[in-house]
Ligand binder design. Structure first.
Ligand code: AMP
Ligand code: MG
Length: 391
C-alpha cells in the first residue's frame, strides 16, 4: 500500500508525450501544441479604424470637415488628410495618412453632402495602432498550450494552418468478471450488467481519445492471458476493470506477471480504489481498475486521466482547487485518504453528497466534483477549505 499521491507521482513519471503530428485547424481543437508559434505579421497589420466614422486630424475637431474620400474595410486610402479634411471610414479600414483621429459616426452632424461637424467633445481616437496587440516575430502560443477556440483564432491569424500537436494515444477498454452481461441483456440470477466498460469508454472519450472496446472477458486465466497479451501489444494504454483485488478469481495481477509486465502500483492507501493497479511493459501501459463502479470512476478521474492527458502533452489538467465546506464534515475513521462526491452550491461552497460506498455510482450523477479528505483527518468544520477536483 502506498499513499495515493506517491502512486500518482509514479505513474506520471511514465507519462511522457511521444510522437507529434501536424493537423489542420478543423482537427486542432483540444489538442496540445508541440511547437512554439511566432507571428509572421503585426496585429493589427496597419493603423486600423475601430469605428465607423470620419478620419481626420485631432487639431481640426472643432472645425467643419470636408469629406474627400470613402474608405471601406479592405481598401487602401488614396488621399492624405490635410487641414479641415476628413474621410468617411468603416470599422477595420486603414486610417489614411495625415489622420490621427476617427470621430464616431454617432458623434457628427452632416452639414451637407460633402461636409460634417463633430458635435461631441471627445478624446478617444478610435484607432487601433499597427502592432499594438502583437508584433511581427512575437511568440504568440507556446509548446504545451491546449488549443481552445481563442487559440484557433491566433493560429489562423498568424497563418499557421497545420499546427504540430502531440499524438493521441491508442486506448483499449476491457471488462472482466463472470457475473457480467452487456447492457442489452436482462441479467439472469447472480449476474449484473457491465457498466464500467461503458463508463470508462465515456471517460476516455471526454479526453478526445477514441478508445476500442474489447468486451467482457471471463475470470479465466487463459482468456485473460490471450486478451491482455493482445491488448498490451497493440495499444499504448490498456484499461481493464475488475479482477485486480484479492479474491480467488482475481487473476489480472498474476497474468500480468506472466506477461512480464512491470507492476509499478498495486494497492494504494485510499478509498475508493484501494486495489488499483498500474503496470508498464516496453512503453505500453496497463491500468487495472477495481470492479466497483465508483472505484473505477474515481480512479480514472484522479489517476488515469492525468496520465492520458500527460501522454498528450497536457500537464496542468488534473489540478484540484480549494473551496470552503458548506457544512461540517465528519467521518468515523480517518485511517485512509478518501474521495467523496460533492456538489457546488450557489455560494461557491462544497456540499458532500449522500454516498453509500463504492458501488453507489448513482451518487456521482449529481456530483460537481470529487473532494479529497487526507489520511488522518476525520472532522472538518463548516467554512474550512477542502481540495476538490471539478468533474
Ligand atoms: P472485482 O474488482 O472484480 O472484485 O469486482 C468488485 C465489484 O464490482 C463486484 O461487486 C463486481 O460485481 C462489480 N463489478 C466488476 N466489474 C464490473 C463492471 N464491469 N460493471 C459493473 N460492476 C462491476
Ligand atoms: Mg471480479
Amino acid at each position: 500500500m502506498i499513499p495515493f499521491h506517491e502512486a500518482l507521482a509514479i505513474s506520471q513519471k511514465f507519462a511522457l508525450p511521444r510522437d507529434t503530428v501536424q493537423v489542420d485547424l478543423f482537427q486542432a481543437l483540444g489538442r496540445t501544441l508541440a511547437e512554439d508559434i511566432f507571428s509572421d505579421i503585426s496585429m493589427p497589420p496597419f493603423n486600423k479604424s475601430a469605428m465607423d466614422g470620419y478620419a481626420c486630424r485631432k487639431s481640426d475637431l472643432k472645425n467643419r470637415l470636408q469629406i474627400i474620400e470613402e474608405i471601406p474595410a479592405g481598401s487602401v486610402p488614396l488621399k492624405k488628410i490635410c487641414e479641415n479634411q476628413c474621410a468617411r471610414i468603416m470599422t477595420g479600414a486603414m486610417v489614411p495618412d495625415g489622420a490621427d483621429f476617427v470621430i464616431m459616426k454617432e458623434d457628427i452632424e452632416e452639414v451637407n453632402q460633402d461636409s460634417v461637424q463633430c458635435t461631441k467633445e471627445t478624446s478617444k481616437d478610435n484607432i487601433c495602432y499597427k502592432g499594438e496587440d502583437v508584433k511581427n516575430g512575437d511568440l504568440v502560443l507556446k509548446n504545451g498550450d491546449v488549443i481552445l477556440p481563442a487559440h484557433i483564432a491566433i493560429l489562423a491569424s498568424v497563418g499557421c494552418s497545420h499546427p504540430r500537436v502531440y499524438q493521441i494515444p491508442t486506448v483499449a477498454v476491457i471488462s472482466t468478471g463472470n457475473e457480467l452481461v452487456e447492457p442489452t441483456v436482462i441479467p439472469g440470477i447472480s449476474k449484473i450488467r457491465n457498466s464500467n466498460g461503458y463508463q470508462l469508454i465515456a471517460q476516455v472519450q471526454q479526453l478526445g481519445i477514441k478508445p476500442d472496446y474489447l468486451g467482457i472477458v471471463r475470470d479465466d486465466e487463459n482468456s485473460l492471458l490471450e486478451i491482455l497479451s493482445r491488448a498490451l501489444d497493440k495499444y499504448d494504454v490498456t484499461i481493464i476493470s475488475g479482477g485486480v483485488s484479492v479474491g480467488d478469481f482475481d487473476f489480472v495481477p498474476k497474468i500480468l506477471n506472466e506477461l512480464h509486465v512491470n507492476i509499478k502500483i498495486h494497492g494504494m492507501d485510499v478509498r475508493p480504489g484501494k486495489h488499483q493497479l498500474f503496470g508498464e511493459e516496453a512503453s505500453h501501459f496497463i491500468f487495472g481498475m477495481p470492479g466497483n463502479p465508483v472505484s473505477s470512476f474515481v480512479q480514472f478521474e484522479v489517476l488515469v486521466k492525468p496520465f492520458l492527458n500527460a501522454l498528450m502533452g497536457k500537464t496542468a489538467e488534473h489540478a484540484s482547487i480549494s473551496l470552503p465546506l458548506e457544512e461540517d464534515y465528519i467521518r468515523k475513521k480517518g485511517d485512509l485518504m478518501i474521495f467523496v462526491p460533492v456538489s457546488l452550491t450557489t455560494q461557491s461552497t462544497i456540499l458532500p453528497l449522500e454516498y453509500h460506498g463504492s458501488a453507489h455510482i448513482h451518487s456521482y450523477v449529481n456530483a460537481w466534483g470529487i473532494m479529497e479528505i487526507p489520511k488522518g483527518i476525520s472532522i472538518l468544520k463548516k467554512g474550512e477549505n477542502v481540495r476538490v477536483r471539478p468533474l
